[in-house]
Design a protein around this ligand. Structure first.
Ligand SMILES: [Zn+2]
Length: 185
């Protein structure tokens, strides 16, 4: 950030009085511009013991496979963000999606939330941000061509869960700093 979005003057990096971290502070109107972690919401679309993945048509990780997910917009819920991204990237809707996992990833200041749900619409083809979409069984998942570590980890937890628990389990797995913290509901 170079300029204040309130008055247009230049900003400086400094620790405001009473604070403990450096912030962008306006040199003229003294507005403090905080930077906070971003939330990425997505879905695990299920159908007949398979998972739908999207092959990315955009950078980063162009050409690699991912779960449909993206940055939340202001004024939307995490569930709406997840289902909106799933429609944008895969042109599908899900039946009653429920929260499956939360990954807190402090070193990149991101929080991922994935909802699982059964695909309840026709699968017609990829959205504009995907090259293709396809259904994969656990044995077919392209583990070496997944776009992000959080996608691999989510899928591993998902299949582990399918094996070790009731497949209809309606809970969430929370992971932070590489430690599984809790499961609930
Ligand atoms: Zn200003």
């Amino acid at each position: 950030m170079n300029y204040c979005n309130q008055c247009g003057a230049s900003v400086i990096r400094s620790i405001p009085e009473g604070d403990h971290l450096p912030r962008f502070v306006c040199s003229e109107c003294h507005s403090i511009h905080y930077e906070n972690p971003r939330i990425i919401a997505g879905c695990i679309p299920e159908l007949d013991n398979k998972i739908l993945l999207c092959r990315r048509a955009i950078e980063p990780k162009y050409g690699l496979w991912t779960l449909p997910a993206g940055f939340m917009e202001n004024n939307e819920t995490t569930l709406l963000a997840a289902t909106r991204e799933t429609m944008e990237e895969a042109n599908i809707t899900l039946e009653s999606p429920s929260l499956f996992s939360i990954f807190s990833i402090p070193h990149i200041s991101q929080v991922y939330m994935f909802y699982r749900g059964t695909i309840n619409s026709a699968i017609t083809g990829p959205g504009t941000e995907s090259l293709e979409i396809a259904l994969f069984s656990e044995a077919e998942i392209p583990w070496n061509d997944l776009a992000f570590p959080v996608v691999s980890e989510t899928l591993k937890l998902y299949f582990e869960h399918q094996h070790n628990h009731d497949a209809t389990f309606n809970g969430a797995i929370i992971k932070t700093n590489d430690q599984l913290i809790t499961r609930f509901y």
